[in-house]
Design a protein around this ligand. Sequence first.
Ligand SMILES: C[S@@+](CC[C@H](N)C(=O)[O-])C[C@H]1O[C@@H](n2cnc3c(N)ncnc32)[C@H](O)[C@@H]1O
Length: 293
Amino acid sequence: MVRSSVETDSALEGAARILAGLLESRTGQALTEARAWRMETALRPVLRQHGLADIDALVSRLTRKGDAALEQAVVDALLNNESSFFRDFQIFDMIQRQVLPHIRTQRKDRVLRIWSAGCSTGQEAYSLAILLRNKWPEWAGWRIEILATDISAHAVDQARSGIFSQMDVQRGLAVGDLIKWFEPHGDNWQANSHLRRMIDFRQDNLFDPTAPAGTYDLILCRNVLLYFNRERRQAVLNLIARHSHEGSILLMGAGETLIGQGEEFVAHAEFRGGYVRQSPASAPPLGLARRAF
Ligand SMILES: C[S@@+](CC[C@H](N)C(=O)[O-])C[C@H]1O[C@@H](n2cnc3c(N)ncnc32)[C@H](O)[C@@H]1O
């Protein structure tokens, strides 16, 4: 029988610790106490799929022989993929009203590059695509690239499919946008091809990155750094700094702050909660391929 709490069972505490260690070494994410409590629920589908009786059996399988697919499934199941369309609506309102018009005046070459880092199941990237599509005439003649990356293979597959449940679309998506940009797909909804072809979804680890190339005008790394320790947070910020140019805008999650963390980004004077890239010293010129790091 699957035991019910990591607190009350010492064997499970040990197993939970090993799984938390696996998650942290692969992703940098520390398992919060709240998620440790939900570990069994989160892992239940993995246990079922692999015919394992409980978490002890899972850990024993993982430690006995290397099973990369099983490890990936465990990591995927333990990650917090919580997301929603237009999450923290004020931020998207600011992107629409201030950030995108600002970038439009800056980029004389009419290229807009956005990176959603830690995109989960894609709602953040689709929300950006919807903002742009809703103002399409203003972007006529622009080359728009949206890169969306996440370590979770499962989340990225779902994001790429553009398929969302009724419950997903009810979380943050206006009815007008649903009708305009999504099509019924069985009991679900699928982002239409106009949206889907705007976004390049890639599975990528922020600690072993291969997807980002060159620099981005707007980077969203929201509700991702939250679970990293200070050192890991700095490593991700260094990565983001290398893929930004002077004036690039970085947006974090509501309540997340960069105070006391690095000097490349400073709070933007006008974009509330936004940060702007300062020195171009370590940034490669626009459009250049990714440097080796
Ligand atoms: C809570 S979700 C946030 C999704 C979206 N940014 C939002 O705010 O709605 C955090 C995401 O970060 C991803 N993540 C965690 N560690 C990562 C890593 N090392 N590299 C890339 N993505 C990571 C998780 O898989 C998860 O999908």
